[in-house]
Design a binder for this molecule. Structure first.
Ligand SMILES: [Zn+2]
Length: 191
């Protein structure tokens, strides 16, 4: 039976590299995949999933209006699909996570999602929250704080100071976000 997977972590832990590696494994065996990323993430140009280590793949985008279930349903009229992979899954809505459950349950297609567990204030993203609640498999992609402990928090850092307020969605690369353990996030120590 197919399953819904949620690979979660902090920023810069290598989630996208893992997504592209899984996609490669399917394609290497002659299987068809469909990739999605959020319209919010335009760091690497539109409709592209790119890893910091230099590999990339074309992707569809989703915004708040995208019905991923209907998308997949019509794609299935033209081809066999073996896997759906979704980057920036924290930006999914509750409704879209429900749609992903439907893809797994109705079409028996595995759905692999990759996203952040918390925002820079330590609050949940809607997509991640429902994936944590509803996914069949939760897989933590681990990375470390400068102190060597597991990093669980995303600190937004401007001029060396950890920012404690602001809007949840503000896309930035490595320069704006630092992955820290909870202790060092709380006291705002960066090194
Ligand atoms: Zn630490």
């Amino acid at each position: 039976m197919a399953k819904l997977y949620f690979y979660y972590s902090t920023m810069n832990a290598g989630k996208t590299t893992k997504l592209l590696q899984s996609n490669f494994n399917y394609k290497e065996r002659g299987m068809n995949t469909l990739l999605y990323t959020s319209v919010h993430d335009n760091r690497y140009g539109k409709a592209k999933i790119a890893s910091r280590i230099g590999i990339s793949e074309n992707a569809n985008t989703f915004d708040e209006y995208t019905n991923i279930y209907d998308d997949i349903k019509s794609a299935l009229e033209k081809l066999t699909l073996h896997c759906v992979l979704i980057d920036e899954a924290q930006f999914l809505s509750k409704q879209q996570v429900k749609q992903l459950c439907g893809i797994v349950d109705d079409f028996n297609i595995p759905v692999l999602t990759y996203g952040l567990r918390t925002d820079f204030l330590g609050e949940p993203f809607e997509g991640s929250m429902y994936l944590l609640l509803w996914a069949d498999e939760l897989v933590e992609v681990k990375t470390v704080c400068f102190c060597g402990r597991k990093a669980t928090m995303n600190a937004k850092v401007i001029n060396g100071v950890v920012i404690r307020s602001g809007k949840q969605i503000d896309i930035g690369g490595n320069d704006k976000y630092t992955s820290l353990c909870r202790k060092h996030y709380k006291i705002g120590k960066l090194r």
